[in-house]
Design a protein around this ligand. Sequence first.
Ligand code: NAD
Ligand code: UDP
Ligand code: UDP
Length: 319
Amino acid sequence: MRTLHKRVLVTGGAGFLGSRLCGKLLEDHCEVLCVDNFYTATKDNISGFFTNPQFELMRHDVTFPLYLEVDEIYNLACPASPVHYQSDPVQTTKTSVHGAINMLGLAKRTKAKIFQASTSEVYGDPEHHPQHESYWGRVNPIGPRACYDEGKRCAETLFFDYHRQHHLRIKVARIFNTYGPGMQPHDGRVVSNFIVQALKNEPITLYGDGSQTRSFCYVDDMIDGFVRLMNSADTLTGPINLGNPDEFSMRELAEQVCSLTGSRSPLEHRPLPQDDPKQRQPDISLAREHLDWQPTVALEQGLRLTIDYFEQLMRRGLV
Ligand code: NAD
Ligand code: UDP
Ligand code: UDP
């Protein structure tokens, strides 16, 4: 006979954020079904859950239909690093769009509540600063980042149409840059790149002049925001920004990583990628008001924890 625990599906559950979310849901006594096609992840982040009878892993690509019974769905499946999402851009769009249709179809049939991992990339290279949810964004629809940005924008459209047309309970989070333990060392995103390079005393690859900014949120703060949003009143659909409003230039980030690691790495300038957003900072007044949520981990503290994690991987010969 089935237990009365909540049955939660996490797509992209083996990835950086997904694996941390699976851990949090297991702590909260949910039955967790992790679905992943291992496009950007390995089993490393979830192998610790394999002995837990509340955890189940399924290798599956969300662009194909999926029939099972669940109470809640967190739809995270999608490569998030520009290096990965641009390496097979057609698959990236399919994952966001076909993946959203299939997961929304599943939510419709099972009457499950469904969360979408959207992104600050829906704002593109923004003219409004900081970015509020009411801003419609400035995205180049035909550039190399479009497969990700437009895929995520179309997924938001689908979520709101299923909400209006089929009365689905939806929760759309616009996630700003998140970092922390569990990132893949070769993922290509800035925090993992800089830390791995610094620990190896290799050149720090700074794209452009390093004046472009990002606002970095520590992973545990972000996961807390996900769960608060999922558990909020059904009337709260989002979109809602989740991120840390503390903004830093990439040059400042490089300097801080070098100082915290005591690295001898020199800075090496590389060309700025096309359409790289110049600035990004979330306005989180909605999340503060409706979720009573705000980040608690400052960049220096979060970087120290992330550096410890990469040092452990290095000791195990995994970097
Ligand atoms: P990640 O690359 O570590 O994880 C993505 C996971 O999705 C991986 O395990 C990958 O194998 C899986 N996946 C990819 N395509 C799939 C498919 N077709 N079917 C099934 N699984 C598939 O990235 P992450 O940082 O954990 O990001 C998780 C989600 O959050 C993504 O949707 C991403 O767009 C969103 N997001 C993340 C950030 C961030 O800073 N980490 C920022 C904004 C949005
Ligand atoms: N779908 C799924 N699992 C389900 C129900 C539906 O994967 O439990 C998929 C199905 O393949 C369909 C999509 O979700 O293509 C959208 O479903 P919906 O019911 O909205 O549309 P329809 O089936 O009418 O096209
Ligand atoms: N970046 C960098 N060096 C790197 C990787 C990234 O200077 O090795 C810059 C990149 O150009 C961007 C910022 O860091 O301005 C954040 O990049 P990331 O790929 O982490 O995420 P994005 O926010 O661009 O999706």
